[in-house]
Design a protein around this ligand. Structure first.
Ligand code: TF8
Length: 338
């Protein structure tokens, strides 16, 4: 018995020191990595950042430390992007939509009704097209590692149930700081106002805007149900998040250090998508319990919305380039036929 326990202990000790030892043999220096994000800690975004941090610390034998800073405490997406480009901050996760001003190809993901399912999004984002768009960031001073799921977006407001496009008439709607979103909701007749996410809750609370659109997860984790009565299930677009690194800083890392970050980013992506989908699956029921009035759009009304929104496709195609646009359509057609 004693021997058995000792053997067990020895195995545990070996296991405990094996990982740090492996890290020791690698070219890894002590690093403090500031990782900013916009949602709060108890959100799908916050949970995945936490997992990423744990993975990085473990794989680097505790040498690489992530200082996770949420709730836009380092500023909204656009401000953090500039800090990464300048080298004042190492990492962040944020919306691809807020990157369009830097890398126009990112607008591809803002195409209304581009994906019919999360599965399609995974295939395109993780495939050659997603990689191509991500690589475009490099010439602007950013390195993209992985896409996470923000999710299919749905509409909330404090004025009325939106059951058809016409109900959007005159509704002051916050949109992300992005021309495709601005144009899309203007096309639908809303009074679209671009605002950073960090200002959204108070804008809704003070009725500076009537509504907004985001995935169920965010409506829940950011407590928008406290200031929004109506939720219309529109699924009008799938939004990715993207984990980015300051290229200035990245270029100074060893191959081993880069690998630690790449591996952890992939693990965080897989975790985040699972977690987000699981939460989204029960979020609607939660939002109902919190008092939101939820309505679905009829297939006919969804089709009308979709038709109207195809008007923005031409300008997206012109922005991202016709080749990329056509490749994307072809990849989707192939997926759908298979
Ligand atoms: C939005 C996005 C947010 C992101 C996030 C703060 O509405 O959906 O999830 O910007 O990085 O702004």
């Amino acid at each position: 018995m004693k021997f058995f326990r000792r053997a067990l202990l020895a195995t545990a000790v070996v296991a405990a020191i094996a990982a740090p030892l492996a890290a020791l043999a690698q070219d890894i220096k002590p690093r403090l990595i500031r990782f900013g994000y916009g949602l709060n800690e108890v959100s799908n975004q916050g949970r995945a950042v936490k997992l990423f941090a744990e993975q990085v610390e473990k794989a680097s034998g505790g040498k690489m430390k992530i200082r996770a800073i949420g709730a836009a405490a380092l500023g909204p997406d656009t401000q953090m992007q500039q800090a990464l480009i300048g080298g004042a901050q190492e990492m962040m996760v944020g919306s691809t939509a807020t990157l369009v001003g830097i890398t126009k190809e990112m607008a591809l993901w803002d195409t209304p009704f581009l994906f019919n399912s999360a599965k399609e999004a995974d295939v395109l984002l993780d495939g050659p097209i997603g990689q191509k768009v991500m690589d475009k960031l490099q010439e602007k001073g950013l390195v993209g590692l992985v896409y996470w799921e923000n999710g299919f977006r749905n509409l909330t407001n404090s004025r009325r149930a939106v059951t058809k496009v016409e109900d959007l008439d005159g509704i002051k709607l916050r949109v992300m700081q992005n021309n495709v979103f601005l144009e899309s909701f203007r096309t639908l007749g809303a009074n679209a106002v671009p605002l950073p996410f960090s200002e959204l809750f108070s804008a809704l609370e003070t009725k500076t805007v009537d509504g907004q659109e985001n995935p169920y997860n965010t409506i829940l984790s950011s407590k928008f149900y406290e200031v929004q009565k109506y939720l219309s299930v529109t699924n009008h677009v799938y939004s990715p998040w993207i984990v980015t690194v300051s290229k200035k800083w990245w270029d100074g890392l060893s191959k081993d250090e880069q690998k630690v970050l790449i591996d952890a980013a992939k693990a965080s992506r897989d975790f985040e998508r699972r977690d987000t989908r699981e939460e989204a699956g029960r979020a609607l029921a939660d939002l109902k319990t919190k008092g939101m009035q939820i309505n679905e759009l009829t297939p006919a009304e969804t089709a009308r919305m979709r038709d109207k929104l195809t008007r923005v496709n031409a300008s997206i195609a012109a922005n991202v380039g016709m080749d990329l646009w056509k490749d994307t359509q072809a990849a989707l057609a192939k997926l759908r036929s298979g």
